[in-house]
Design a protein around this ligand. Structure first.
Ligand code: OOG
Ligand code: MG
Length: 320
């Protein structure tokens, strides 16, 4: 018999029917098990961005039903550095829940996650100096398959290939419930802070296409905001210099305009996205504007610090 079976001859015909709920379930299973999986677009190149957002909707509903609370939203791939490294050339949006908040009190195990400033600087770890995400493909930890392969990044959150990146966060003083202009953005946020985001991907080495990373809630795993500065005191965020360091050694630098030309435009972009999706965010929500620089692999025990002009510096020590 010379003909292959129909399912081999027409692989996309069956894969095209991958439902948003089946994808969301597959991602949740991989997340719980600390495993990666092939990108959905490998088997179905026809999947699109809107499919990814449908998967996100199913994922969010499942997490809320399980008791998580949505506390905000994030943008990703708003800087050229990130777009080039990840090979996805447009911003993406995801949701944040309280389970991702790394400021939650640590559990009784020895744990060093903390926010604040003025910590003494431990010795430099040469492993981190000058490394950026585009030169690193993260292999699963060596003990994968023996016990829990996931790295602890917070009280409840574990990640399989965590990376950390410097961000600016906005706190909404009013609901984000309609498309806004750049001028309106400053009236909608009441405070700004330095933040770090820990991202993790269901796709090995963060090898994904746009629909995959959107479905995977834009790799959101954990976030930490710093001291909130009133919007009126935050200065010119587009001109603000950002220094991202690990154990006292500078890793990467950028200026605020790396984010969409002006970080305030992140709120404009998000408002348009939410409007298209028929969604809104209540006052009090946190919005991450997207990393200013590339992400770097998160290493247990290392203290990361982000300084941004006009804002209060933030340090985060990854649990060991
Ligand atoms: C996608 C998420 C990107 C950011 O700030 O650019 C992101 C990824 O890089 O895995 O959160
Ligand atoms: Mg981010």
């Amino acid at each position: 018999m010379a003909f292959p079976s129909a399912s081999v001859a027409f692989p996309s015909a069956s894969a095209a029917f991958l439902s948003a709920s089946a994808a969301a379930e597959a991602l949740a299973e991989a997340r719980a098990a600390g495993r990666t999986r092939p990108p959905f677009t490998d088997s179905d190149p026809l999947l699109d961005e809107q499919w990814g957002y449908r998967v996100q909707d199913v994922d969010r509903a499942a997490r809320l039903a399980a008791g998580e609370r949505q506390v905000g939203a994030k943008l990703g791939l708003t800087s050229r550095a990130k777009q080039v490294t990840m090979g996805v050339h447009q911003p993406v949006a995801g949701f944040l829940t309280d389970a991702m908040d790394l400021s939650a009190p640590p559990d009784p195990r020895p744990d060093t996650a903390q926010a604040g400033t003025g910590r003494s600087e431990p010795p430099v770890n040469p492993d981190h100096v000058g490394r950026s995400a585009d030169t690193v493909v993260d292999d699963p930890p060596a003990d994968a398959g023996r016990g829990d392969p996931r790295v602890k990044i917070g009280r409840t959150v574990r990640a399989v290939q965590p990376r950390i990146e410097p961000e600016i966060a906005f706190r909404l003083g009013r609901a984000l419930d309609h498309p806004i202009t750049a001028l309106e953005a400053r009236g909608i946020a009441d405070a700004v802070s330095v933040a770090v985001e820990v991202i993790d991907s269901r796709f090995a080495g963060f090898g994904f296409r746009l629909p995959d990373v959107v479905a995977d809630n834009t790799s959101a795993a954990g976030f930490l905001t710093g001291e909130w500065v009133p919007t009126t005191n935050a200065g010119d965020l587009a001109a603000a210099h950002c220094v991202f360091s690990a154990d006292g050694t500078t890793l990467l630098e950028a200026t605020g305009d790396a984010v969409l030309g002006d970080p305030w435009l992140a709120l404009v972009h998000l408002s348009e996205h939410l409007h298209r999706q028929g969604q809104s965010l209540p006052a009090g929500s946190v919005v991450l504007a997207g990393a200013l620089t590339d992400a770097v692999p998160l290493r247990p025990g290392v203290t990361y610090r982000v300084e941004i002009d006009g804002l209060v510096a933030l340090t985060y020590t990854a649990p060991s």
